[in-house]
Design a protein around this ligand. Structure first.
Ligand SMILES: NC(=O)C1=CN([C@@H]2O[C@H](COP(=O)(O)OP(=O)(O)OC[C@H]3O[C@@H](n4cnc5c(N)ncnc54)[C@H](OP(=O)(O)O)[C@@H]3O)[C@@H](O)[C@H]2O)[C@@H](O)CC1
Ligand SMILES: Nc1ncnc2c1ncn2[C@@H]1O[C@H](COP(=O)(O)OP(=O)(O)O)[C@@H](O)[C@H]1O
Length: 277
């Protein structure tokens, strides 16, 4: 069995800071998302909402007009355009709510440019196939099904001892951070320990919460440009779980109640305030 380091609230606090009088919208962190599609516009809305609610100072959205319209209807603070976000980007989020089978040549070019850049990239869902060619620092965020498919694609499908070992091995293969989502999310970089982040509530298992996580990761990475990427990703994952616990009302030891993905995004400010207190 591989050992995993259990991630805590105290660990998370190292990557969360209060805004100060010296901050501006850029110093708080700029997140750019190229997510969503006409089939899944909601994924873009959820990621953008989460990036704002996790404390980003500036959120840019690049994508198709129909999706931009949906994003701006929910969050008019967002700067959208077909190809925005080339300047001053602290972290990219790509892939949530997209289907690689539907990818146009223009979209493929834009995504290749992002994963060949210098800003860290959160690679989710429909962009996971681009992880192996990336030269940018990456955090790939597969769920169990996507993780199995990615292992297959990378030729890693022969048996490892356990999931933590598989995550570590994929991270070494990709030279990036692998964040394998689940009730207990496992995170590893090419070096260093495997980190385990317990969600703490099964109510988080609802459609769209992975899209929310991708936005949170973008914001926390953009706010922590010099920190180790695996640890920053763990801090974002912990905040996401804590927001779900707050939204679902499980804090007092009760069973809580159902939530939807937007509830998680909307509880992020309270999760951050709690970590800062
Ligand atoms: N509102 C929106 O816009 C939303 C948009 N969304 C977007 O939808 C896109 C498709 O994403 P997706 O995850 O639904 O489908 P897909 O990647 O094809 O995998 C599904 C197959 O994998 C397997 N599987 C095994 N374990 C699993 C697990 N833990 N969790 C899930 N699946 C697991 C299982 O196969 P089975 O085990 O049944 O054979 C299952 O049939 C993606 O771009 C996403 O961002 C969603 O976020 C929802 C809200
Ligand atoms: N049983 C569970 N308990 C707690 N959290 C879970 C459970 N199952 C999944 N999650 C979390 O819910 C989120 C689901 O993400 P994902 O599978 O990408 O869904 P979607 O694609 O619908 O957004 C992840 O953050 C994952 O860690």
């Amino acid at each position: 069995m591989s050992e995993a380091r259990e991630w805590s609230r105290v660990d998370t606090a190292r990557f969360v800071r209060a805004a100060t009088r010296d901050d501006d919208k850029y110093s708080r962190g700029v997140v750019a998302l190229r997510t969503g599609s006409p089939a899944y516009p909601g994924a873009a809305v959820l990621g953008v909402e989460a990036a704002w609610r996790a404390g980003a100072g500036f959120v840019r959205y690049a994508g198709e007009q129909r999706v931009i319209d949906a994003v701006l209807a929910r969050r008019p603070e967002t700067v959208g355009g077909p190809d925005t976000g080339r300047t001053r980007v602290g972290a990219w989020v790509i892939g949530s709510g997209t289907d690689p089978e539907e990818r146009t040549d223009a979209e493929a070019r834009a995504l290749r440019e992002i994963v060949s850049g210098t800003a860290p990239v959160v690679i989710d869902a429909g962009a996971l196939d681009l992880a192996s060619g990336a030269t940018a620092p990456v955090v790939v965020t597969p769920h169990a099904g996507e993780f199995a498919r990615l292992r297959e694609r990378l030729g890693l499908a022969d048996a490892d001892q356990d999931t933590a070992a598989e995550v570590r091995r994929m991270a070494a293969e990709l030279h990036g951070v692998v964040l394998r989502k689940g009730a207990r999310t496992l995170i590893a970089g090419p070096d260093g320990p495997v980190i385990a982040v317990d969600a703490g509530t099964g109510w988080l298992a609802t459609a769209g919460t992975g899209d929310v996580l991708a936005g949170v990761l973008g914001a926390v990475i953009a706010a922590n440009p010099c920190a180790p990427l695996a640890e920053v990703a763990a801090a974002g994952t912990w905040l996401h779980g804590h927001a779900a616990r707050i939204a679902a009302g499980v804090g007092g030891g009760g069973t809580g109640h159902p939530i939807v993905a937007l509830d998680v995004a909307e509880a992020l400010p309270l999760a951050i305030a709690d970590v800062l207190s």
